[in-house]
Design a protein around this ligand. Structure first.
Ligand code: SF4
Length: 364
């Protein structure tokens, strides 16, 4: 069994734990800063703590629960990390270097229970929900690998909850992880820099709207009508488009000035990418008068998925139709396809060259 995983404790929980060891609250703050702000991976490295306290922490707790199995580096600089949990389940995280601000895409579950037909993760089924600590640890390891242990990211970091799993089916752990991540005394990545994506778990969209300090929301849509969406995303049979978009409309009331939420639309050749689909999508969004933007994501092919990405000019005409109907649409550039790190490709695959050396500097 895993000992107490300190990385998943809020500052208040860590203070309670420190009190059980007879330690004052300021020691909890030091430990919290050691784990999250300095991104140290063991109490041994927390040399600002008394020796006896370090010994107790080593004996009774752990900071590290994920074991890095493999690291893959794409020709575009994207990195995919494949971890194993203490009970041997796969967890994947992707680091995406960008000109202005780098992004880390984290997983919320090992595998996924939803059966989106264009997604490789679906083939794993649900292995289990990740704990808050396992979510936070993915960010810490990716930051250390990209910049060096404890080194401040040069331009800040964006986080997206778009890795393996449906975040809203692990809502409590997700929200707890975000609370830990935003601590000024820790990683200090504020919710305004975080976007979580759902396949459409309607009650949780409304619950998220009621959280004052919440992350941004993205919805994976993939189809402009129920018939096609039932086929591509079976969750639609439980919460069809009418219910999903009405929850989005309610969510809209919680948007800050200038904030828009995002629809992700994976583009599958000859399946959901015709001019007619684009017109249907524009009509659907107009009908609900939603202030949203649409990200068009060319499908990332991977064996044995039966789809191909839409051709470039098809994506362009789809985008042009949306824009002509005043729906803001953007084409997302696929990242890390060659290492199976792109959207919908995370399935703990190891069929690419393995490179697990640790780097303490950023690769170009
Ligand atoms: S697209 Fe997301 S929700 Fe759907 S199966 Fe894949 S990981 Fe799960």
């Amino acid at each position: 069994m895993l000992p107490l995983h300190l990385t998943g404790l809020t500052l208040a929980e860590l203070s309670e734990f420190a009190a059980t060891l007879g330690e004052p609250a300021y020691r909890a703050k030091q430990i919290f800063a050691g784990i999250h702000a300095r991104r140290l991976r063991s109490p041994t490295e927390m040399t600002d703590l008394p020796k006896e306290l370090r010994a107790k922490l080593i004996e009774q707790t752990t900071v590290e629960s994920l074991r890095l199995e493999s690291r893959y580096i794409s020709s575009d600089g994207t990195r995919r990390y494949l971890f194993k949990t203490h009970d041997g389940l796969p967890v994947e995280t992707v680091f995406i270097p960008e000109e202005r601000r780098d992004t880390i895409c984290f997983s919320s579950q090992s595998g996924c229970p939803l059966q989106c037909t264009f997604c490789l993760t679906a083939q794993l089924g649900l292995l289990r929900n990740l704990t808050a600590g396992e979510i936070v640890e993915q960010i810490i390891v990716a930051l250390n690998d990209a910049y060096g242990e404890g080194v401040e990211p040069p331009h800040g970091t964006n986080l997206v909850g778009m890795g393996a799993g449906e975040p809203f089916l692990n809502f409590e752990a997700l929200i707890k992880a975000i609370r830990i991540i935003k601590e000024p005394n820790g990683l200090h990545i504020v919710p305004n820099r975080i976007t979580v994506s759902t396949a459409g778990v309607v009650p949780k969209i409304r619950e998220l709207a009621s959280i004052a300090d919440r992350p941004h929301l993205a919805i994976s849509l993939a189809a402009p009508n129920d018939e096609l969406r039932n086929e591509l995303m079976p969750i639609n049979k439980k919460w069809p488009l009418r219910e999903l978009l009405s929850a989005c409309k309610d969510f809209e009331k919680s948007l800050a000035r200038g904030e828009r939420f995002t629809f992700e639309y994976v583009m599958l050749r000859d399946v959901n990418d015709s001019d007619e689909h684009a017109r249907q999508l524009a009509t659907l969004l107009k009908r609900h008068a939603l202030k949203a933007k649409v990200n068009l994501i060319p499908h990332n092919p991977a064996e044995p998925l039966p789809y191909q990405p839409s051709a470039f000019d098809r994506v362009e005409s789809f985008r042009a139709i949306l824009e002509s109907k005043r729906v803001h649409a953007f084409v997302r550039r696929p990242r890390g396809r060659d290492i199976l790190a792109a959207c919908g490709q995370l399935a703990a695959r190891t069929d690419k060259p393995v490179n697990i050396q640790t780097v303490s500097h950023r690769l170009a």
